[in-house]
Ligand binder design. Structure first.
Ligand SMILES: *Cc1c(COP(=O)(O)O)cnc(C)c1O
Length: 237
């Protein structure tokens, strides 16, 4: 269980300590994305000074505002649900979109990114718990989406992402295993524009189990920056 370090003084120290603590036990092939949604520029700068380069945001507006101000070698990950009318704002700003979740969205990304001559790097978000209030496609819809991805010129799928249902360790592990199975199955096939390099799963409270089950990208918000206010909660779109 993660515990916020509060006894060591300033915010700088807390954020830096949190990052170092997480990284200490992380193998080289696991990427840590610091989820900075709702958090101010200063917090991101502190994390940056501590060596952090991958940051995650779930609102397009917030991502582009922060991108504008902050260092250019930051890799911005878009992890929220993405509306088609906002895709154009991400062109040239985003390193990886974790939330490809429909054919309609794929087509919009393809058209907006090709207009500007950019390649979009994407993860397919899978609604692995089949929860009504969460975005992501069902496993059963994968084939249809894959067919469309193969027709693209400017979209490259690099892996999969999931936000699993709330649950205990055993339940979490069950969903992570399911994701790993889909990831491995797709890895063995050869599709145009699709390679399985990134399995994005695990957050503050379950990232250790996620890694045990094969995650190689974890998305940590509160475990680095501390509690968010209620408005900045998980967006399930
Ligand atoms: C907010 C968010 C996270 C981080 O959650 P924490 O519990 O703060 O670590 C990870 N992934 C997504 C998609 C999120 O929206």
């Amino acid at each position: 269980m993660y515990m916020l370090i509060t006894s060591l003084g300033g915010k700088d120290l807390v954020i830096e300590e949190n990052i170092n603590k997480i990284k200490k036990n992380l193998s080289k092939d696991v990427t840590l994305v610091a989820v900075s949604k709702t958090k101010p520029i200063e917090d991101i700068e502190i994390a940056y000074k501590a060596g952090q380069r991958d940051f995650g945001e779930n609102k397009v507006q917030e991502l582009i505002e922060k991108e504008e101000i902050l260092e250019k070698d930051i890799r911005w990950h878009f992890i929220g649900s993405l509306q088609t009318n906002k895709v154009k704002y991400l062109v040239g700003k985003v390193y990886l979109i974790h939330s490809l979740s429909s054919i309609k969205l794929l087509k919009k990304i393809e058209s907006e990114f090709s207009k500007e001559g950019f390649i979009a790097n994407l993860l397919i978000q899978i609604n692995i718990g089949k929860e009504e209030n969460k975005s992501g496609i069902f496993e059963e819809e994968l084939d249809a989406l894959i067919n469309e991805i193969e027709l693209c010129n400017n979209c490259k799928v690099r892996g999969l992402m999931a936000i699993i249902p709330k649950g205990n360790d055993t339940e979490n592990r069950y969903y992570f295993k399911k994701m790993k199975y889909i990831y491995d199955t797709l890895s063995k096939k050869s599709y145009k524009n699709i390679s399985m390099e990134i399995l994005s799963m695990g957050m503050t409270n379950d990232y250790k189990i996620a890694i045990e089950e094969g995650s190689n990208l974890i998305r940590i918000g509160e475990g680095i920056f501390g509690k968010r206010n209620i408005l900045g909660g998980l967006t399930n779109g």
